[in-house]
Design a protein around this ligand. Structure first.
Ligand SMILES: [Zn+2]
Length: 237
């Protein structure tokens, strides 16, 4: 909407009251989204080219969390990553009212508050709505899938066991809830290797390591099913 004059009051309220809580944004996601919006739609530009390094420097963060936040915002539809190259990222920003997961459907219910019928479990994209993402966090009972640490809502995120870049799906068999630290430190490592690193660092006991490796197999085998929100108009917010 480059030529549209933004209603700052409305935008701010949509951001704080709808977008951030419905999508379950972390403080990093919030900082990055609001920074990118400030330099794009707020000044009449739909697209923005930026270097993670500069954004991180301006926000006083390190590169990893900024890169992760951009990836999460892309997955949630809050921006669209058009290009990633040596010179930086090219993104197209979305206003809260343009984000698909937050738009009301024809019955007036927000898509973020709905769940699909259970028969569709295998085909469900669990990053699609806030309510679906929450089912993965709930399945892990607010503990990091990798290090087992308690993860309050503001420091938990969803992680692809097989990275999306390597064709990992947004299935409940490929998504886990974890702490920001594990999400950042894991990098491109295979999960069993990362779990063994946690064990070597004394963050998992031998029994916990065995349990995590078993859980990883159960996850891939479809044994760790999240509980889908009941009913079409069920609201979890
Ligand atoms: Zn962790």
């Amino acid at each position: 909407m480059p030529n549209k004059i933004l209603n700052a009051k409305l935008l701010w309220m949509q951001f704080e009251d709808v977008l951030a809580p419905r999508l379950g944004l972390t403080v990093w996601d919030r900082a990055v989204y609001s920074y990118l919006l400030r330099h794009s739609l707020v000044v009449g530009k739909l697209r923005l080219h930026f270097a993670v390094l500069s954004v991180a420097r301006d926000l006083g963060l390190s590169n990893g969390p900024v890169r992760q936040a951009v990836r999460r915002l892309d997955e949630m539809g809050a921006l669209r990553l058009l290009e990633r190259s040596k010179t930086g990222h090219l993104v197209e920003m979305r206003l809260p009212e343009q984000i698909r997961a937050l738009r009301p459907d024809k019955n007036g219910a927000s898509q973020a508050a709905e769940g699909p019928p259970p028969s569709a479990l295998e085909a469900t994209d669990f990053l699609k709505t806030w309510a679906l993402r929450k089912t993965i966090h709930d399945r892990e009972r607010s503990a990091c899938f990798y290090c087992l640490r308690r993860t309050p809502a503001h420091v938990q995120c969803l992680d692809h066991v097989v990275p999306r870049a390597r064709f990992g799906r947004n299935s409940y068999r490929n998504l886990v809830s974890c702490c920001i630290e594990c999400n950042t430190r894991k990098g491109d490592r295979a999960i069993p290797d990362f779990l063994r690193t946690l064990y070597r660092q004394g963050r998992l006991t031998p029994a916990e390591l065995d349990g995590r490796l078993r859980a990883l197999k159960d996850l891939a085998a479809g044994k760790l099913r999240p509980l889908l929100p009941a009913g079409r108009n069920h609201r979890t917010s």
